[in-house]
Design a protein around this ligand. Structure first.
Ligand code: SAH
Ligand code: SF4
Ligand code: F3S
Length: 496
């Protein structure tokens, strides 16, 4: 648990200020849960299922923090007393997945009527989704959105005490509520929100509509959170925002993302700094310079391309063209030669011709990405692109998508091979899931490495992996590249 600043509140008084109000409701929820436990003669279980991006993953950690505080035991199965789906709506298939899973959950609930089901996250910010839930999925107990997730404790109390479906969706917010409990997935690394929302309105994207306008956190709050995380054993942070390069522009005392990074770099005990996502239009020379000088910022840049065609990029409202993107990559590589560059690409944006697609292929071949997420364009109602004519025929999109995927994978495998034989620092994350004698960790460039710890021959073969290394940074020799990951051997002792 990261923080539990429990406030003293006199009985009967409901605080208006946040986060005090939520601590009050956590106490209320605790009592209600305890009563249920006593009736059942066992602990209550809860399960949070996360769909979507790292923002949602971090939000789920906040939900788990509250669940833990109010007395739920967290389990890995949906056969639990309380199931929460934290949803994503960036593409249609993310959406469909939730409806499908919800059907299954409904059948389970028929057999266990006391079970509670909550839905939250980006999908809930869409009116048509909430309407459908009210009609077809009456068994859901609680529905809330992205802007009021900090109110989870209060909403749980309502769901526990009210018989009907509780729905609380806010259209937007200017509020950022801090200092609520968070339950981290990993003890040694953590996501840290530096900003919320997005102002870019790329014409295909629903995120600005469901996450609201861009809001940056105050640098002092971010620094304080990271300092606390470090004191709690964290050595790596991932700074999260839809467009981290525009961080701080709208604060009362504006500050650039590069300046924020320099402040974070000074935090003693913090070893690695990552961030995502970088919008190419706002990537400054100052940031490249700071990355090049830094000892802690990982040599990895996720720089979504979306399309290599300047014509399509204009229709996408991305504010850069093919040449500017390539020039940016050139600058990054000149300043940081061993930087890994990864990307996101959309195939089949309305009006995309084979010529446009070949421009994308051209950028892929020129940049040689270390890896790329490739997506088939998905029409999101409410976005400008959904209204555009000449949506591309499915068969053509599929053909282009397959060509792109093949090229991306081929290049990624070649790039990965280049590191074979090198000795590089690895942050050890866990014991390998398939082979207990191996440890798994990540390089600075984010690649995964499975490695053996030099076993002591005197103690016999088949040594179990040395779990004391989890959360430490160690030197590993990358013996063999297996395409997307490496097999390696521990070299010498712990680095950090
Ligand atoms: N803020 C980030 C991206 C967040 S969404 C950025 O600007 O890069 C993650 C990725 O989903 C996007 O980069 C894009 O490639 C993809 N995506 C977003 N909307 C999409 C849509 N309608 N169809 C297909 N892919 C989409
Ligand atoms: Fe979507 Fe564009 Fe904002 Fe990224 S920058 S979240 S792609 S609108
Ligand atoms: Fe999905 Fe919301 Fe993230 S729509 S990609 S979970 S911001």
């Amino acid at each position: 648990m990261e923080t539990t600043k429990n406030m003293q509140i006199s009985a009967g008084e409901i605080p208006v200020m946040e986060p005090q109000r939520q601590f009050y409701y956590m106490d209320q929820a605790k009592k209600l849960i305890r009563e249920r436990e006593e009736n059942l003669g066992r602990k209550l279980t809860a399960h949070v299922e996360t769909f979507g991006c790292q923002m949602n993953a971090r939000d789920s950690e906040k939900l788990r923090g509250i669940l833990d505080t109010i007395g739920f035991v967290q389990v890995d199965t949906e056969e639990a007393d309380f199931v929460i789906y934290n949803t994503c709506t960036v593409r249609e298939n993310a959406n469909n997945k939730v409806y499908g899973r919800l059907g299954t959950l409904g059948s389970y609930k028929k057999k266990h009527p006391a079970m509670m089901i909550a839905l939250c996250g980006c999908m809930m910010q869409e009116e048509h989704v909430v309407e459908r839930l009210k009609k077809e999925f009456r068994f859901v107990n609680l529905v809330f959105g992205t802007h009021n997730i900090f109110k989870f404790a209060e909403l749980v109390v309502r769901a526990l005490t009210e018989k009907k479906m509780v729905v609380d969706i806010w259209e937007g917010t200017t509020e950022i509520v801090e200092n609520l409990p968070v339950e981290r997935k990993y003890s040694f690394k953590s996501g840290v929100n530096i900003m919320f929302g997005c102002n870019n309105f790329c014409s295909y994207c629903i995120v600005p509509y469901v996450r609201g306008r861009e809001r940056s956190r105050e640098p002092k709050d971010i620094i304080r959170e990271i300092e606390r995380l470090v004191a709690d054993g964290v050595v790596e942070v991932m700074l999260l925002g839809q467009n981290v390069n525009s961080y701080g522009k709208n604060l009362d005392q504006p500050i650039t993302f590069a300046e924020l990074l320099q402040e974070i770099e000074k935090i003693e005990g913090l070893e690695r700094i990552r961030f995502m996502t970088s919008h190419p239009k706002d990537l400054s020379d100052e940031l490249i310079e700071v990355m090049a000088q830094s000892k802690k910022i990982c040599k990895h840049m996720h720089l979504p391309l979306q399309s290599g065609s300047s014509r399509i990029l204009k229709k996408m409202n991305r504010h850069y063209d093919k040449e500017q993107y390539l020039a940016l990559v050139g600058k990054l590589r000149a300043a940081i030669p061993d930087i890994a560059i990864t990307t996101d690409i959309i195939v089949g944006f309305p009006g995309e011709t084979t010529e446009d697609f070949l421009e994308t292929m051209d950028v892929v071949k020129k940049v040689r990405y270390d890896s790329a997420f490739t997506f088939i364009y998905s029409k999101r109602s409410g976005t400008p692109a959904a209204e555009m004519e000449d949506q591309v025929p499915e068969a053509e999109v599929k053909e282009h998508f397959d060509m792109l995927l093949k090229e991306v994978q081929h290049i990624a495998a070649e790039k990965a091979k280049e590191l074979e034989g090198q000795i590089l620092p690895v942050l050890v994350e866990q014991v390998n899931e398939h082979d207990r004698s191996l440890l798994t960790g990540r390089l600075s460039n984010n690649s995964v490495v499975h490695f053996s710890c030099a076993a002591d021959p005197a103690s016999g073969a088949d040594m179990a992996a040395d779990t004391s290394l989890i959360g430490k940074i160690v030197d590993v020799k990358l013996v063999e590249c297996k395409g997307f990951y490496y097999l390696g051997e521990l070299c010498g002792s712990v680095v950090k």
